[in-house]
Design a protein around this ligand. Structure first.
Ligand code: HEC
Length: 127
């Protein structure tokens, strides 16, 4: 009886080791990134929905919103939730405002008014 219990414990332990391995393997494959998912469209506030329209008009041709995969610029999934943007700058509203209104390197400035900017920032926070 004792022997059997020990066997069972051992096989449970190896099963556990195997699943831990599988988890770290899949983390390695996704670059160890597990970003929070973007807020679903059905849950957008009015502000976020208007911001999504601004994004569609002014940003979407260069940035995917819900993945980190690059287009002309980096994908913006979780852009306000990460510690640093690709440039290394923290993703504060102030930085983002500056970036949007003034541009940076290959990213052109986007002239938008205060309302559009507020809506766009709300949308960026939902990503
Ligand atoms: C013509 C293409 C283009 C458009 C339009 C554009 N971007 Fe970009 N964006 C880029 C490129 C290229 C970069 C990378 C710049 C760099 O090298 O730092 C970038 C970088 C960024 C970054 C990361 C900045 C950092 O510090 O790492 C954010 C956030 C961003 N863009 C947001 C936006 C938003 C929001 C809009 C719409 C208002 C927008 N972009 C419009 C091309 C574009």
């Amino acid at each position: 009886m004792y022997h059997e219990d020990q066997m069972r414990t051992r096989s449970l332990a190896s099963l556990f080791a195997l699943s831990t391995c599988a988890a770290s393997l899949s983390m390695a494959l996704t670059g160890c990134r597990s970003l929070p998912p973007s807020k679903p469209e059905a849950m957008w506030t009015m502000e976020e929905a208007r911001g999504a329209q601004v994004y569609h008009d002014k940003c979407a041709k260069c940035h995917y919103p819900t993945t980190t995969r690059g287009l002309k610029g980096p994908g913006l999934q979780a852009i306000t939730k990460i510690r640093a943007m690709p440039s290394g700058a923290p993703p504060t509203d102030e930085r983002l405002t500056n970036l949007i209104l003034r541009g940076r390197l290959m990213m052109p400035p986007t002239p938008i008014n205060d309302d559009e900017l507020r809506d766009l920032l709300a949308y960026l926070h939902s990503l």
